[in-house]
Design a binder for this molecule. Structure first.
Ligand code: ZN
Length: 331
């Protein structure tokens, strides 16, 4: 009989049991920090050493090579309260930008719970998105995305298999790179103006937001194949619609998270929305006229470029992690 009568650990209450531990410790999450084992104990009981190794392996597996104990020592997952007021937490009094604010969100579908409460939490995330958007135009990556030249990807970067799939000029038409512009070529305020134009002429008209289920296409209602789950997705066309998965919003409603966990969840949602918006800027700029008229579907225009020599499939992936202070040569 598994010891199901044992009381749950605080981590279990928040994170649940892990399938690997269900049979022998259903009351444990497996991620409670492990304090150092007394060497005498492991000599007397080789099995406690084994269980410990298993737990440690599990923690490193789900936390990118770290153990909970180590993350705690680094103050990455503090249990202490932060004791900060909401607005101090964000830094300044922030008003969510109109074009991503409540009026743009359809919260009638895909939600569980009180819409007012959910919006209250989502709004805090969108304040963070607002702060990111306020400074993104000063970042050379964003300047390059909007105003950098598009070049064909060098043929050597492709595998022979792909060269056969896209013969002749087809490859150069499909796959592009965008590069940072040399500082001398960038006119002051140019990126901000282009960003504003896209927002005013296109996004204010065409962009809306909704909520989806992680495993279901919100447009067709079909469950994704191969067990695919997404945190968000954007549907492109004359109407651009960003869907955020309910599953990443739900943790924000929990009252048993500590301040650090709550902040991490907010940053995750903000980062996800911001990521989708970076896709949206590229699509909007390429697929609408200067005045904001939709040019119609076009395969080549919609294909996303790579950033410099990055091998990432999506140009946005390397960006948010390096948003604050990454090396950028502009060559
Ligand atoms: Zn993406």
């Amino acid at each position: 009989m598994p010891p199901i009568s044992k009381s749950k650990t605080p981590f279990h209450a928040r994170y649940g049991s892990h399938p690997a531990f269900l049979s022998f410790a259903p009351h444990k999450s497996g991620i409670t920090p492990l304090s150092p084992l007394h060497p005498g104990i492991s000599l007397l009981s080789p099995t406690s050493r084994e269980v410990r190794d298993e737990l440690e392996g599990f923690q490193r597996g789900v936390m990118r090579g770290f153990t909970s104990q180590y993350l705690r020592e680094l103050d990455v997952v503090p249990e202490r309260p932060f004791n900060v007021e909401e607005d101090i937490e964000i830094g300044v009094e922030v008003e969510v930008l109109e074009w991503i604010a409540r009026g743009r969100w359809d919260l009638d579908e895909g939600l569980e719970g009180d819409v007012k409460v959910i919006w209250g939490e989502l709004e805090k995330c969108l304040k963070l998105v607002t702060l990111l958007l306020a400074s993104v135009a000063r970042h050379p990556w964003f300047d390059a995305l909007l105003l950098g030249e598009r070049e064909a990807v060098r043929i050597e970067r492709f595998e022979a298999r792909d060269r056969n799939r896209f013969p002749g000029v087809e490859m150069g038409r499909c796959w592009k790179v965008f590069r940072g512009r040399k500082p001398g070529l960038v006119e002051t305020g140019e990126t901000e103006r282009e960003m504003d134009r896209i927002i005013r002429n296109i996004l204010e008209e065409s962009l809306t937001f909704g909520v989806m289920r992680q495993d279901t296409n919100p447009i067709t209602g079909e469950v994704f194949g191969d067990g695919v789950k997404v945190d968000a997705m954007t549907v492109y066309g004359e109407d651009i619609r960003v869907f955020v998965a309910w599953e990443i919003l739900a943790p924000l409603l929990r009252r048993d998270l500590n301040d650090g966990e709550r902040m991490a969840e907010r940053v995750f949602v903000a980062k996800t929305v911001f990521h989708e918006l970076m896709h949206v800027f590229h699509f909007a700029q390429r697929n609408f006229s200067a005045e904001g008229e939709y040019l119609g579907p076009d395969y080549y225009r919609s294909l996303e470029p790579f950033f410099e020599d990055e091998a990432e499939a999506e140009y946005v992936f390397p960006f948010p992690s390096s948003f604050h202070g990454f090396f950028f040569s502009g060559d």
